[in-house]
Design a protein. Structure first.
Length: 152
């Protein structure tokens, strides 16, 4: 059994240069896990912060579980990330540098069925970097199209 991806932050690859990736567990409520299994999550406005030696993810929207009664979970709340101290210290040292941020890339269930968050240390792209990336992607797409046309 391979990992089951729940949600990815596709915009992150357009907005940021990804420097380093980490895998972290999340402290979740039962209804949040069930909602994630249904695929109801959004990472668009999410970011990672380090506070008092602990890593927290803020801004993840997990829709309330469809079969929960009146007492569900709060859709947007800070959730604790489960990382080793050396990883937290390394991330904190990198975040102290100017221009770096920590953002979640995807939420998935690993082989053991545990919800994991892949986070990345990233540096924001400038507008011209984004334009160059789009131009390169278009050129690559055109060349692939020409190759496939020639093979027919």
């Amino acid at each position: 059994m391979e990992q089951q991806i729940v949600v990815t932050n596709r915009k992150a690859f357009h907005e940021y240069h990804i420097l380093d990736k980490y895998e972290a567990g999340m402290e979740l409520l039962g209804s949040e896990v069930k909602s994630l299994r249904e695929g109801n999550a959004n990472l668009r406005e999410a970011y990672v912060i380090i506070r008092k030696g602990q890593a927290w993810v803020s801004g993840i929207h997990i829709k309330p579980y469809s079969h929960t009664g009146f007492d569900g979970h709060e859709p947007v709340r800070n959730r604790k990330l489960l990382l080793h101290n050396r990883e937290i210290n390394k991330i904190k040292a990198m975040l102290d540098q100017k221009g770096l941020t920590a953002i979640p890339l995807k939420i998935y269930f690993n082989n053991k069925g545990l919800a994991k968050l892949e986070l990345a240390l990233a540096k924001g792209k400038k507008i011209y970097d984004k334009k160059n990336a789009l131009k390169e992607r278009d050129i690559k797409r055109e060349s692939q199209r020409e190759l496939s046309d020639r093979q027919r």
